[in-house]
Ligand binder design. Structure first.
Ligand code: PMP
Length: 403
């Protein structure tokens, strides 16, 4: 096959013990594989240094508390926030639900409006629907441009002072379309609305700076960033977080408790009820060190080259339709005429190529693309040209089987 780039800047596959030779793992948008330093940090956390955090009076617990809080500081420096603006959650889904529940419960009134886009993941749709139903608010949807980006001109034309909240994906999990998050924020703020950016697919593949974007909330999941499952991040402006009521009640999040009344700790503690995912935070810290060691700009360039190769190769196959903009970040969705994406996925699996097929938790997007499902490949730091070649060989087999 012809390639668009000759230089392959990364060769990290040896860091990933769960990727055997000859297996093309192309489902990083669902979850990434884990590098050895992350696995080691988790193992060390349980094998050597394990204890609870925040309440222990013994040295081991004090040390673990320092390590847990160091992870919080590392997340803050990674995305340009302050440590006390970092709330550890289970993942992006919980982060969005927290804001939809807590901010909306307090700030949104009947008749207010929420603005989402056509390409959102169900995690960035359903919590807002539930919140809107609770208070009698309405939801409006920003359409996509012809090349499948969130249409910010349309957003600017449709937003009104009734819109109190905007929630948008930084990178689409289906199309890889990259949002100009700073411009979207400017448009939201021009009518006084707050904005949450869903960074699930951006944080693993490009440098993110919440201060430069100037948004109000930013969420992402650790497991898509080469870290463990069960830990994710909600970043929020300190003054907003401290105005928001807790999402869950329990141990650790309080100031004082009596049967008459409880008062709450300041953020982020007020949002971390119960014993947290201590070792998950250590794993996330190691994951951030790992990607930072490679450099997010290099990762972005590496994945852009693989996307260009993939789009080029797929477009040479008759009857394949490739979705999304040409400069999509690390993710390519496609469909083949007359072949269900699940069949594509199953046949590729026989060739040891792992892709995702389905609606990708984005049914409204599928409806707007006029399909029920797509086949999706998504890249990570461990992928190389060999994986694109395996995909293309597998797709040629799909073509032969379906005639
Ligand atoms: N938003 C986007 C854009 C995603 O890709 C995902 C995961 N597929 C989520 C939200 C939800 O993430 P999680 O399941 O880790 O909470």
């Amino acid at each position: 096959m012809t390639t668009t780039t000759t230089e392959r800047p990364l060769d990290t596959v040896a860091d990933f013990p769960a990727i055997p030779d000859g297996w093309a793992y192309l489902d990083t948008a669902a979850t990434s594989q884990k590098p050895k330093p992350v696995i080691d940090a988790i193992t060390r956390g349980y094998d050597e240094t394990y204890a609870t955090v925040h309440r222990g009076v013994y040295q081991r617990s004090a040390d673990m508390t320092l390590a847990y809080e160091a992870a919080r500081s590392r997340v803050a420096s990674f995305i340009g926030g302050k440590p006390d603006e970092i709330v550890f959650v289970r993942g992006a889904t919980e982060g969005i639900n927290l804001v939809a529940h807590s901010w909306v419960a307090q700030q949104l009134k009947t008749g207010d409006r929420i603005l989402l886009s056509q390409l959102e993941h169900h995690s960035n749709i359903v919590p807002w629907q539930m919140a809107a139903e609770r208070v009698g608010a309405a939801i409006d949807v920003i359409p996509l441009t012809e090349d499948h980006r969130i249409d910010l001109d349309a957003m600017a034309a449709m937003i009104t002072r009734e819109h109190k909240f905007v929630a948008l994906a930084h990178v689409s999990n289906v199309l890889g379309s990259v949002l100009d998050a700073a411009r979207a924020t400017e448009i939201a703020h021009s009518v006084g609305a707050k904005i949450l950016i869903d960074g699930c697919q951006s944080v693993p593949r490009m440098a993110v700076d919440v201060a430069a974007i100037d948004c109000d909330f930013y969420v992402f999941s650790g497991h898509k960033l080469y870290g463990p499952t069960g830990i994710g991040v909600l970043w929020g402006r300190g003054e907003l977080l401290n105005q928001m009521p807790p999402y869950q009640g329990g141990g650790s999040m309080i100031d004082r408790v009596s049967f008459e009344r409880s008062t709450y700790a300041p953020a982020p503690t007020r949002f971390e009820a119960g014993t947290p995912h201590i070792v998950g935070a250590l794993g996330l810290h190691a994951a951030i060190d790992y990607v930072s060691g490679i450099g997010l700009d290099r990762i972005h360039a590496h994945e852009a080259a693989l996307v260009a190769d993939t789009r080029g190769a797929l477009s040479h196959l008759n009857s394949v339709r490739v979705f999304g903009p040409v400069d999509s970040a690390g993710i390519v969705s496609f469909a083949m005429e007359g072949v269900h994406p699940h069949d594509i996925g199953t046949i590729l699996d026989e060739s040891r190529v792992a892709i995702r097929a389905g609606h990708h938790c984005a049914q409204p997007l599928m409806a707007s693309l006029g399909v029920d499902a797509t086949a999706r490949v998504s890249f990570g730091v461990y992928n190389g040209l060999r994986d694109v070649e395996a995909l293309v060989a597998g797709m040629e087999r799909v073509k032969r089987i379906f005639g």
